[in-house]
Ligand binder design. Sequence first.
Ligand SMILES: Cc1cc2nc3c(=O)[nH]c(=O)nc-3n(C[C@H](O)[C@H](O)[C@H](O)COP(=O)(O)OP(=O)(O)OC[C@H]3O[C@@H](n4cnc5c(N)ncnc54)[C@H](O)[C@@H]3O)c2cc1C
Length: 433
Amino acid sequence: MIKRWLKPGDILLIAMVVVPVLLIMPSLMQEAWNQPSGFFRGLARLAGVIGLSLMLLAAMMSIRLPYLDRLFGGLPRLWSQHRWVGFLSFMLVMLHAWGLSFSVITRGMEPAMTVLFPPLSYWPVWMGWLALALMVAFLGPTFRFAGRLNYQKWKRLHLLSAPATVAALAHTLPLATYPLVWWFLGALAIGAVIWRKVLSPSLGRFEYEVVEVNTLVRGVVEISLKPRGKPIQYEAGQFVYLTPFDDSLSNGVGEEHPYTLSSAPSDKYLKVGIKDLGDSSHAIQTIRKGSRVQIEGPYGDFYERHYPQKQQLWLGGGIGITPFVSGARDMAGQEKPAAQVHLFYLANDPSRAYFADELKEIAVKQPTFDLTLHLFREQGAMTAAFLQEHCPDYREREIYMCGPAPMINHLRALLMHEGVPASAIHFEVFDFL
Ligand SMILES: Cc1cc2nc3c(=O)[nH]c(=O)nc-3n(C[C@H](O)[C@H](O)[C@H](O)COP(=O)(O)OP(=O)(O)OC[C@H]3O[C@@H](n4cnc5c(N)ncnc54)[C@H](O)[C@@H]3O)c2cc1C
């Protein structure tokens, strides 16, 4: 059970926080013991140490390296952890500042204020303030304190995390008991950011060319891409970052966006199914054949690799059907796939089930693949009775879901109510990372 929740990379992440804490612990205990008000000061320093470790960890976690993300259960999981680590770091850094002034409050307001706002010559403390101010600026929009921000603006604002990290290190290094630890963690954090922002756009991307644009229904296209050089290697269910360079596009030229590959790994061309969900996904519907795109990836650890021997239930809705299309196309090409799969394709009505014909054909030819269509307009929301009728052993299967957030929430609640353990349910939502 623990193996299902705890990924190998998690142990590495925990060690990055535990090691600095263990190193500083003896000096904190001594201070707490020997000095009046040492207890609060010790706690404040501890909050600072954990806060900075988490901040550096968050920077390291922002690295995007194909396959490395699998150690952490895939990029979406790693990034959701990154958000929580960043948030926790912010809270602890606040606690650090507040705790240090609180530890001397018994001596009066003036010493408490001087701890927080010393003379300007005591610059390490002012570096700490700079780091905190920058954190407020870039974390506020992440946690939507002032409503939702446009993704590209949010991304630009998030670049402030780099100077915030440098300022936090400049605050800590002159005051630290073990500066070597911070030099080491700081180098990893800054290295990760340099890779992601400076090196990866030129070294980490593959050149492709659009060879076909197939309109599936209004607002959804499937684009086929031919490698201009070395192709990427991937597994079914993985996703890539796609950057188009077609100057005729009204939006999103040179902008990277994540899209799941709908092709099978053995296919000649890469394929991505794209639904018009915003400015750039709307513009890309008219991308021209022959235009250049860059691909970065593959990322994700959605399915197939987990427990392939077990029977599987796939639930895909809307454009969230793409990882399953890739999986089904992959199975179609195999003589005897390891898993027995039942796919439920959830669509509003038959006209929106744009991959249904091809999936039906695969189901006819491949005995290990079953397909059931569920139409929301006719049948309402998915029910346990519907699942039971078409796939009686669904509770014993390993379950993979992908689709809009309301669909995932509904299905998760339903499955758990029916006694499916949460650890057997895997899902991906195509949302803000
Ligand atoms: C792992 C993953 C796989 C995906 N696979 C597919 C797919 O196969 N087909 C498909 O049509 N869509 C897929 N998406 C969603 C797709 O990335 C967004 O629809 C697209 O980036 C929207 O960009 P936009 O400029 O058109 O929309 P915007 O107007 O910028 O935003 C519309 C919505 O998309 C989100 N979004 C915007 N940019 C990004 C981004 N870079 N990363 C994550 N979310 C973003 C926004 O938060 C908002 O919810 C996937 C998303 C993720 C995270």
